[in-house]
Design a protein around this ligand. Structure first.
Ligand code: HEM
Length: 423
């Protein structure tokens, strides 16, 4: 009679229990923590989850006030996500060839399942992103959030704005219809007004003296590979800097803390506590903070759902424009640049150099240096602070001028750029 050894009988039982525990073991190998219910678990979840560790464990309450950030940075980010997702799907159909590009657009409209919807989502998200990034910059300025220690992150932001504009501009050419062709012809001729290197710059951009196959290919590569990679890298640095600069800006002392400020004087967070300099906020952090899980995450989820829903609704209601195929012999009159460059085009109609290069160059230079010139520390973290009256008034004047020029260029210009009434 053979006697079974304990090992032999344990083996099937071990496999059985391993199978029974398989789902929970797989789950816990991916997610180290259960859904957090204690403060320790909330902190641990933020640390150990790849997607969550970009957040600090706790955030200041001011960060979560919807009226402070208006969620504009997040909306810009989520629009970029939608652009990447829809853009990749569009790449399965699109061919960057002057012979095929327009036909592919027609296919998307007529034969490809959800093709037109996909194109609408991509187009409206792109316009939305340009507008939201611009508005986000305005919010950061008007709350004085570019000041020390956030100067460099502001500079990264200015680069992000330029890359966003260029991303949208390069995408404009791809449908290869009349609108695309002439908008890019006008847009790139503005670059040609730069002194000394203008014509060379235009040639490098177009790969030729006119907009044609070479330009289409260059714009395509810039649009689907180079610029998204640059944007992702800059956004990474942008977010990393937000953490290193001590989270979002906030008033020096929140009003309700004035009565009984609880300021941690001696707390040291591990090694970071020994680091000196502007990066560590240890020792002067008011304890008016809440856990990122679930407070910040819920706010982010809300903004995400709102952004996606809005884009879905707009894409269901309005179709992205597609005009006649390119006809190089018949320019529309007037040929207009994309709306965000129409302010420039309007200025170019007064002076090619100053409108196309001089003034925009000075504006970008001013934006880049503003945090290094405006060194006052007052009025940070509040909208329209009295202490920042001069800076905010100057900024708003320039923004308003730009918007007025865009409105004139869009609605009040007709054949030969003459003044027309839209009414
Ligand atoms: C692709 C473009 C951009 C994305 C995705 C982005 C994203 C964000 C996000 C999510 C925040 C956190 C708070 C918020 O939503 O306001 C933020 C903060 C910030 N952003 Fe941006 N941003 C972009 C462009 C810009 C631009 C154009 C500027 C300025 C020229 C800028 C300057 C800043 C600064 C200084 C902060 C910190 C603000 C504070 O501490 O209150 N960003 N950004």
């Amino acid at each position: 009679m053979s006697i079974q050894t304990p090992e032999k009988s344990a083996a099937p039982a071990g496999v059985w229990s391993a199978l029974k525990e398989l789902p929970s073991n797989v789950w816990s190998s991916v997610f180290r923590n259960p859904v957090p219910s204690t403060d320790l678990e909330r902190a641990s979840t933020s640390f150990t989850n790849f997607f969550l560790h970009i957040h600090p464990v706790k955030v200041n309450r001011n960060t979560l006030r919807p009226g402070y950030t208006l969620g504009l940075g997040l909306i810009s980010l989520f629009l970029f996500f939608i652009l990447v997702a829809t853009g990749i799907l569009l790449m399965f159909y699109y061919v960057p060839s002057t012979n095929q590009a327009y036909d592919r657009m027609l296919d998307l409209r007529g034969t490809v399942a959800f093709g037109i919807f996909l194109r609408n989502m991509h187009r409206w998200s792109a316009h939305g992103m340009v507008a939201m990034v611009f508005l986000h910059m305005c919010r950061v300025f008007l709350t004085g959030s570019y000041k020390k220690p956030r100067e460099f992150n502001w500079v990264i932001g200015v680069l992000l704005l330029l890359v966003t504009l260029f991303l949208s501009f390069t995408g404009y050419l791809l449908p290869w219809d009349q609108l695309a062709f002439w908008a890019i012809t006008v847009g790139t001729s503005i670059a040609g007004y730069a002194p000394l290197i203008g014509k060379q710059m235009q040639f490098v951009l177009l790969g030729d003296t006119t907009v044609g196959q070479e330009a289409l290919l260059r714009f395509y590569v810039l649009h689907v590979a180079v610029l998204p990679a640059v944007l992702v890298t800059l956004v990474g640095v942008h977010f990393w800097r937000i953490r290193k600069d001590g989270g979002l800006s906030r008033p020096e002392e929140a009003p309700k803390l004035k009565a009984a400020p609880v300021v941690v004087k001696t707390r040291i967070y591990g090694l970071q506590g020994f680091v000196r300099g502007p990066f560590t906020k240890v020792g002067n952090t008011p304890e008016d903070s809440v856990f990122s899980w679930p407070n910040l995450l819920m706010a982010e989820l809300f903004v995400f759902v709102l952004t996606v829903s809005l884009i879905l609704v707009v894409s269901l209601m309005f179709n992205a424009p597609l005009e006649q195929p390119v006809n190089v012999m018949h320019p529309p009159n007037p040929a207009k640049a994309p709306w965000y460059f129409l302010g420039l085009q309007e200025m170019v109609s007064y002076s090619a150099f100053w409108g196309g290069i001089g003034i925009p160059g000075i504006m970008v230079a001013l934006l880049l240096v503003v945090p290094y010139i405006d060194r006052g520390t007052q009025g940070v973290g509040r909208w329209f602070a009295r202490e920042r009256l001069l800076a905010n008034t100057l900024f708003l004047t320039l923004v308003t001028l730009n918007i007025i020029f865009i409105i004139i260029g869009t609605f009040f210009r007709g054949p030969n750029w003459s003044f027309v009434s839209p009414f």
